[in-house]
Design a protein around this ligand. Structure first.
Ligand code: NDP
Length: 327
């Protein structure tokens, strides 16, 4: 049997955490032959709640789950961890400005970046989910000078999956037949869901939908899907966010299928004219635990303007927390 991989989840007692941990323990993230040790990191006031999650995990008797560690100490939570999933974040309070939210969360993610730097496996793979996810990933990476910045990513996979879901619905196609969708930029309403390169069952997408539909309906719907769910459910999406976390880590660790790509927010290397270092969502392929940006995609004027607009928002977020960007 393979030796167990350690997976740390912050905010494990929250809504997304509760939808996630059972799926990891059942083998959905790393496969049916890969044992896991879950390390659930919470804040002191949520320790009682996370202990309840731990009891439920025990009651599931998952064969792949070799141990569960519950702690409010980041040094213990991140020690030797192979995968760190950072969900815990401060929600926007009443009357709170966006700037305040960014600053408050920046403090949390700089502390976590340092703790990962000091305690995690040298090959750790980090996924930031807590919002503003891209900028929180930038802060965490900047505070982990001993690790490669490419080990820090943020989640746009839910947006990617939402885009596929909308296309499947509109064209009455199977999800499995939809390839080469991209979400560019920030995990926010400025993100750019882009289908110019998409194929559905081997046909170019624009044989099945019009470009006007893409611009007037598809893009805004994907951008605002989170708000649509809150309106319908009275709560933010949690199970679909957890599912996207499973997909992101699964593909990063085990690879993407031939002929397709996924969207991941990663430190920009300057590709497609995006400022180097910003954590920006790109189309990527993954193999052997590492990712590469898909190069050479043609972008029309409209697309370039959307790529720049979402970059601009990330530059503004970065300016707000510039003093927290460590070495
Ligand atoms: P959730 O589990 O619902 O959400 C957690 C974070 O994920 C939020 O920042 C949320 O952003 C973000 N998120 C990203 N994508 C999505 C998506 N598609 N749908 C919904 N949320 C998304 O929050 P809870 O309040 O239920 O739980 C948070 C947990 O984190 C609590 O258990 C708390 O104790 C813990 N916590 C830990 C901290 C730490 O580790 N230092 C600090 C603060 C809290 P958004 O707010 O924009 O929806």
């Amino acid at each position: 049997m393979k030796s167990a991989v350690k997976v740390t989840i912050t905010g494990a007692a929250g809504n997304i955490g509760y939808a996630l941990v059972f799926r990891i323990a059942s083998g959905a993230m790393f496969g049916p032959d890969q044992p896991v040790i879950l390390k659930l990191l919470e804040i002191p006031q949520s320790m009682s709640s996370v202990k309840g999650v731990g009891m439920e995990l025990e009651d599931c008797a998952f064969p792949l789950l070799h141990d569960v560690v519950m702690t409010d100490n980041p040094a213990i939570g991140f020690r030797d961890t192979d995968y760190a999933i950072l969900i815990g974040a401060k929600p926007r309070g009443k009357g709170m400005e966006r700037k305040d939210l960014i600053t408050e969360n920046a403090k949390i993610f700089s502390v976590q970046g340092k703790a990962i730097n000091d305690h995690a496996s040298r090959d750790v793979k980090v996924l930031v989910v807590g919002n503003p996810a891209n900028t929180n990933a930038l802060i965490a990476a900047s505070n982990a000078p001993d690790l490669d910045k490419r080990q820090f990513t943020a989640m746009t996979r839910l947006d990617h999956n939402r885009a596929i879901g909308q296309l499947a619905n509109k064209t009455n196609s199977l999800v499995a037949d939809i390839k080469r969708v991209t979400v560019w930029g920030n995990h926010s309403s400025t993100q750019f869901p882009h289908i110019d390169n998409c194929e559905i069952a081997g046909k170019p997408v624009y044989d099945l939908v019009s470009q006007d539909w893409a611009i007037d309906h598809f893009i805004p719907r994907v951008q605002r899907r989170g708000a649509e769910i809150i309106e319908a459910r009275g709560l933010s999406s949690a199970a679909s966010a957890a599912d996207a976390i499973v997909d992101h880590m699964h593909d990063w660790a085990l690879g993407t299928p031939d002929g397709d790509w996924v969207s991941m927010a990663i430190p920009s290397d300057g590709s497609y004219g995006i400022e180097e270092g910003l954590v920006y969502s790109y189309p990527v392929t993954c193999k052997d635990g590492s990712y590469e940006i898909v190069q050479g995609l043609e972008l029309d004027e409209f697309s370039v303007s959307r790529l720049k607009a979402t970059q601009q928002e990330l530059l503004e977020e970065r300016a707000i927390i510039a003093d927290l960007l460590g070495g």
